[in-house]
Ligand binder design. Structure first.
Ligand code: 4G1
Length: 244
């Protein structure tokens, strides 16, 4: 899968994604990252890419020309006339795991990162196919949202995760929070690992983990529990264990 990112801060995107699992996936050529510096497409002698908003108001707005030409260069490079283009914006649909899976089906995916007060509306109407937000807070630019999306989408691309991790994940994309994890030592500063995990009794371990997931989801993310597919046993267990 090829990610293309139109940004004023290409280094930020590259530096963030070349580490860890996304970095390894790039080295293995399972994904690629093409950062396109919008400033390279300025035709201004001072390399400006922004100007004052018509109608007045605070701050600056990114101009349509450099973004248009940056996108044309990506179309030329891919040889594709139609490309899915995500504009990261607080006005977009809130990103989730099912969107990550859907975007992971694309061969090429283009991101446009805004800065200042945003981007001239006319170029958005011309090229954007998807308006996406990563949540409700104020940021300085769309770069971190693009990195968040690329990370989440990459791990849905076949070959990026090891087989056992992706199989494990599939069984947990079920709207429940994960159960607590423990590793060595068996006792840390007087705190022991739950006995059941040391028992070697796999049915009991699975049951305990399922119950922990149910309890945590009810306590911290009751909104998710409403979307989860609960068995009769799950419901019985929750009813027998009142909220702590
Ligand atoms: C009004 C948050 C403005 C921010 C209301 C999540 C935030 C892109 C995102 C802003 C951005 C709220 C995102 C705000 C984002 C132009 C450049 C927009 C940065 C910009 C709640 C600044 N998910 N924010 N405006 O943060 O790009 O994708």
């Amino acid at each position: 899968m090829n990610f293309h990112v139109m940004t004023l801060f290409p280094e930020m995107i590259r530096n963030g994604l070349e580490e860890s699992i996304t970095g390894r996936a790039m080295n293995k050529n399972i994904i690629s990252l093409n950062t396109v510096n919008i400033r390279d497409f300025s035709q201004d002698k001072h390399l400006h890419v922004d100007d004052y908003p018509y109608g007045g108001g605070a701050g600056m707005v990114m101009q349509p020309g450099p973004i248009y030409r940056a996108f044309e260069s990506i179309k030329a490079q891919t040889g594709k006339e139609k490309l899915r283009l995500v504009y990261l914006t607080p006005q977009g649909s809130v990103f989730n795991q099912s969107m990550a899976k859907d975007f992971a089906k694309e061969e090429d995916l283009v991101f446009l990162c805004g800065h200042y007060e945003g981007v001239d509306e006319r170029i958005l109407e011309m090229i954007v196919t998807d308006y996406v937000s990563i949540g409700d807070y104020v940021l300085t630019g769309g770069e971190l949202p693009a990195m968040v999306m690329i990370d989440a989408i990459s791990r849905m691309v076949p070959g990026v995760l090891s087989n056992d991790v992706s199989a494990e994940f599939e069984s947990f994309s079920d709207n429940l929070l994960e159960y607590p994890q423990y590793t060595r030592p068996e006792e840390f500063m007087g705190n022991k690992v739950p006995d059941v995990l040391l028992s070697g009794h796999h049915a009991n371990i699975d049951k305990w983990r399922r119950e922990q997931s149910l309890l945590r989801t009810r306590k911290w993310r009751p909104d998710l529990l409403e979307k989860a597919e609960l068995t009769k046993k799950d419901i019985e267990f929750l009813d027998k264990n009142p909220i702590s």
